[in-house]
Design a binder for this molecule. Structure first.
Ligand SMILES: Cc1ncc(COP(=O)(O)O)c(C=O)c1O
Length: 424
């Protein structure tokens, strides 16, 4: 906990009305006990990567110490255990996303890898010269650059959905972008730079009226609120394990079976085939068709433990607590003179981007670090957003369910100190 709880004390943080006990939850995260520069760590860089509870760390250790072997190809005990545990996670991800079938869940190395898979395996087969791909101005580079690479290779082009000054996508403008040439839409669920929650269900319905499939970048939604891919009716949904208390090096691509079956494999190699001769290779059915080579076995099992942990906390509780943190932080930072919040959409999730007048964001980040407060500064891999808002960079506080209102107070106190040092 931070020393600065006076303002936050007005709010009840312990076992409040919802039965959510943030102090109890924090006990699960050993890293949160760190002190940085002599101050308690205030970790507000969760949109980049979140922290791991002891339960996930323990699961890793158990796998490493008593379950490790390569999967699928062995008949011995350890290979069978590892295979069973690895495959069992697919069911947990299916349930988490409410996908229709387990075979619609593909293990990847993260959101970036998932999007690249769709670009290569779907895009290169179904998008050609003169075709158009719609993305939004808010996208992370990982949902821009692959499509640009494809457009360059095929002679296709990108169309960009604009946003208003609050950082909300303009759905009317989006609808106007469709033409018979539109072949694909890629849009993020939640903006990592601004926190905007995009109206993706409505946007998917519009695309489907034009017969166009949609990929949702769920890197910033999967960790923060319940996602139902059947309700959204998205064609693809991608997320990363390390942003939801799991390990790095693992992510998920959900795809509707009919698309996955029609797609060409992205990587060739072991484990993705039924038979190989020099004349012809017959590919394995989905999902194996897209999982060539030895996969990140322990990371997948770690992701399974992270999903179990989040389920135990309760995704509804997580959302409610994070919404409260964001509301409180928006109020407190918003009333500071000389601080501008960038991204003021009505629907937001867990992200507060801001700039301190007269201070470069990197200096803001450096001085906050001296107070033990970890925020991210820079363009957040979303340079078009910075261009849209005419800023070189922002400072970004991003919340997880283990953050406290007291930590928001610590952030505010540290920003005030930045102003005293730089602005006087
Ligand atoms: C919205 C969004 N999309 C994609 C990514 C890329 O995720 P990864 O680096 O785990 O592949 C991020 C990471 O910050 C993100 O915030």
């Amino acid at each position: 906990m931070t020393g600065s709880t006076t303002t936050a004390a007005r709010h009840t943080e312990r076992a409040d009305d919802r039965g959510f006990d943030v102090e109890r939850i924090r006990e699960d995260f050993p890293i949160l006990k760190l002190r940085v520069n002599g101050k308690p760590l205030v970790f507000l860089d969760n949109a980049a990567s979140s922290q791991m509870p002891q339960q996930v760390i323990d699961r890793y250790v158990r796998y490493r110490s008593s379950e490790h072997a390569n999967i699928h190809r062995g008949v011995h005990y350890l290979s069978e255990v590892a295979t069973r545990e690895y495959e069992a996670v697919r069911g947990r991800v299916r349930a988490m996303l409410n996908a229709k079938e387990e075979r619609e869940i593909i293990y990847t190395s993260g959101t970036t890898d998932s999007i690249n898979l769709v670009m290569h395996a779907y895009g290169r087969k179904f998008i050609g010269a003169g075709d158009e791909i719609i993305v939004s101005v808010l996208e992370h580079h990982s949902n821009i650059v692959p499509w640009q690479m494809l457009a360059e290779e095929k002679g296709a082009r990108l169309r960009v959905i604009p946003c208003n000054d609050a950082g909300e996508l303009l759905v009317d403008e989006y609808e106007k972008l469709f033409s018979p040439r539109t072949k694909f839409v890629g849009v993020m669920h939640v903006s990592n730079a601004l926190g905007t929650v995009n109206p993706v269900k409505e946007m998917i319905a519009i695309a489907h009226r034009h017969g166009v499939p949609v990929l949702i970048d769920g890197a910033q939604s999967a960790p923060h609120f319940a996602v139902d891919v059947q309700d959204l009716d998205c064609d693809f949904y991608a997320f990363s394990g390390h942003k939801m208390c799991g390990p790095t090096g693992v992510g998920i691509l959900y795809g509707k079976a009919q698309h996955l079956e029609a797609m060409q494999p992205y990587k060739g190699g072991g484990d993705m085939i039924l038979s190989v001769t020099f004349e012809k290779t017959v590919y394995a059915p989905i999902p194996q068709k897209f999982e060539a080579g030895t996969p990140p076995i322990e990371e997948v099992i770690g992701l399974g433990a992270a999903i179990d942990y989040l389920n135990a906390v309760g995704i509804g509780q997580i959302k409610a607590h994070e919404d409260e943190l964001l509301r409180y932080a928006t109020g407190r930072v918003g009333e500071m003179k000389g601080v501008r919040i960038i991204g003021t959409a009505k629907e937001k999730s867990a992200v507060l981007s801001f700039e301190v007048e007269g201070v470069h964001p990197h200096d803001v980040g450096t001085l906050l670090n001296e107070e033990g407060v970890a925020v991210r500064t820079g363009h957040h891999c979303a340079q078009p957003v910075m261009q849209r808002f005419k800023v070189p960079a922002t400072a970004r506080a991003s919340f997880a369910f283990y953050n406290t209102l007291g930590e928001v107070d610590a952030l505010v106190a540290a920003i005030a100190k930045v102003q005293r040092v730089f602005v006087g």
